[in-house]
Write a protein that binds this ligand. Structure first.
Ligand code: NAD
Length: 499
């Protein structure tokens, strides 16, 4: 981590208030120095063989599994989430490290492209590391988001300067220690601590590319700053994600899927389902089963796997979630289950909550709650379900349950970057080979898959010409050249097009 000079910040555990540690905060000048250090390291790193970078990621994969207890403790300590949600993060960075370690070579290999003139021009596409990637991440997945997005950036030959959310710096720092022990050059990956407007802005001021994850409001500010510098950026933003349960859905699995998708990480998940649309033919069967299953969820703050639902991260988050529920109830929504703050379990614990009769005038109807709260609605036809699902400014994730062919056809009509058929969110998220990201106000760019690593490169075309230049030879008039070229273009059109 970079030794900041802007004072210290004390970090407390949200579930028991114990002091986790004091970390130095960075000033904008510190951020500039962190970039300079990472840049020097990146110049050497980008020349290392990909096989060397790959071996480090494979060692890191094993180290994460071997040290998972420490990582789980760190994640739970600074977020208050359940241990099973923390384990999702450990599993995710392993999946990502393995995927990109194995696939980077084919993604980054120089590709032959069609040349201008057959036989005379050869053209190739190369992927050149951007330099130093600036990363800004939120608090909800403090291990997964910084590390899984850093892995492809590093494999592509870049350095990284990360600003984690100031509430959750420790998980990423623990993972960074393992990366360095696995062989990553110490200066290549810098972590700076501080707030968004000052330190986050300084990241954008110095980066060659920005990888941002956070709210749509902040994403727009980041996009504006990146545009002013003409640097590329990728933004993974908020959502108000719908689930549709068709009348031929496998009911038991759909109930379980809705639980997992609505309440994983106590709903503090960008892909979380906050709108649940159920076909009228099964509504009266589905809803009581769903409510019963919610009543059976274990809530707790222990450092073991006994609780499914953990704490929210902070008083601010608790206020937002309970504010959304209070507002909805005061305007006529019915609470089918949950709805209460549970200080008897932990200071920021909120019950998993299901609401009915949610209407347009309520804050949570369209606004992202980012907590364990789902609104349930009835629909009458597939067309109506699609229209309701798409009636949002967001487009991050969606889920459709039903007979596979019908559900898949409907999934293709949803305006979202990922749509899960007969799953809530994990099927698309964990398909690391497939790109993830948002439509509409849910993001720009993609993580995972080829797109998730190529974005960290500048694409360069090297075209080589043999025997003659592509211009009129000295003795030829412009007119004669145009006539010759016209004949050539006609012949070219007749030749088989290979791509
Ligand atoms: P946020 O936008 O407030 O903060 C995210 C990060 O941006 C933090 O590190 C913060 O310090 C920084 N930041 C804040 N203001 C900044 C500025 N002016 N310039 C630069 N950086 C700044 O987000 P949050 O509320 O902490 O996180 C929750 C949001 O993140 C939700 O909307 C959630 O949906 C979204 N999210 C999206 C994904 C995804 O993959 N699409 C993943 C996780 C979270």
């Amino acid at each position: 981590m970079f030794p900041g000079s802007a004072g210290h910040h004390e970090h407390f555990c949200p579930t028991d208030g114990t002091l986790i540690g004091r970390l130095p905060e960075s000033s904008p000048a510190d951020v500039e120095r962190a970039f300079a250090k990472a840049r020097v390291a990146a110049e050497l790193w980008t020349k290392t063989p990909l096989s060397h970078r790959r071996a480090i990621m494979m060692r890191f994969h094993d180290a994460v599994l071997n040290h998972q207890k420490d990582l789980l403790d760190a994640v739970q300590w600074e977020t208050g989430k359940s241990r099973s949600s923390a384990f999702d993060e450990v599993a995710d960075i392993c999946l990502t490290a393995r995927y990109y370690a194995n696939s980077a070579k084919s993604h980054l290999a120089t590709r032959k492209r069609q040349g201008a003139l057959p036989l005379l021009t050869t053209s190739e596409e190369r992927y050149v590391a951007k330099g130093v990637v600036g990363m800004i991440t939120p608090w909800n997945y403090p291990l997964t988001l910084p590390i899984s997005d850093a892995i492809p950036a590093l494999l592509a030959g870049n350095g990284v300067v990360l600003k984690p959310d100031h509430q959750t710096p420790f998980s990423a720092l623990c993972a960074l220690k393992l990366l360095v022990e696995a062989g990553l050059p110490r200066d290549l990956f810098q972590v700076v601590i501080g707030d968004g407007p000052t330190v986050g802005s300084a990241i954008i001021d110095n980066a060659d590319f920005v990888m941002f994850t956070g709210s749509t409001a902040t994403g727009k500010l980041v996009a504006g700053k990146a545009a002013a510098r003409l640097i590329g950026f990728s933004a993974e933003l908020g959502g108000k994600n719908p689930m549709i349960v068709l009348d031929d859905a496998p009911l038991g699995r759909a109930v379980q899927g809705a639980i997992n998708a609505s309440f994983s990480n106590a709903g503090q998940l960008c892909m979380s389902i906050e709108r649940l649309y159920v076909h009228e033919a099964i509504y009266d069967t589905f809803v009581p089963r769903f409510v019963d299953a919610v009543k059976g969820l274990s809530i707790g703050i222990g450092r073991d796997f006994s609780a499914k639902i953990g704490s929210l991260i902070s008083a601010e988050q608790l206020e937002k979630v309970s504010g959304h529920v209070k507002d909805a109830v005061s305007r006529g929504a019915s609470v089918l289950v949950g709805g209460k703050h549970r200080p008897d379990i932990g200071p920021y614990v909120f019950e998993p909550t299901v609401l009915e009769n949610v209407t347009e005038d309520m804050m949570l109807c369209r606004g992202e709650t980012f907590g364990p709260v789902v609104a349930i609605y009835r629909f009458h036809s597939d067309d109506e379900a699609v229209a309701l699902a798409n009636d949002t400014t967001y487009g991050l994730n969606a889920s459709v349950w039903g007979s596979p062919r019908r559900a898949r056809a409907l999934a293709r009509r949803i305006e979202a970057g990922s749509v899960n058929v007969n799953e809530g969110f994990t099927a698309s998220w964990a398909s690391t080979d497939a790109p993830m990201g948002g439509f509409k106000e849910s993001g720009v760019g993609r993580r995972h898959g080829r797109e998730g690593i190529i974005k960290y490169t500048n694409i360069q075309t090297v075209a080589s010409q043999r025997l003659m230049n592509i211009e009129a030879p000295g003795s030829m008039t412009g007119d004669a050249f145009a006539r010759t070229m016209t004949i050539g273009l006609r012949i070219l059109k007749r030749l088989p097009f290979r791509h």
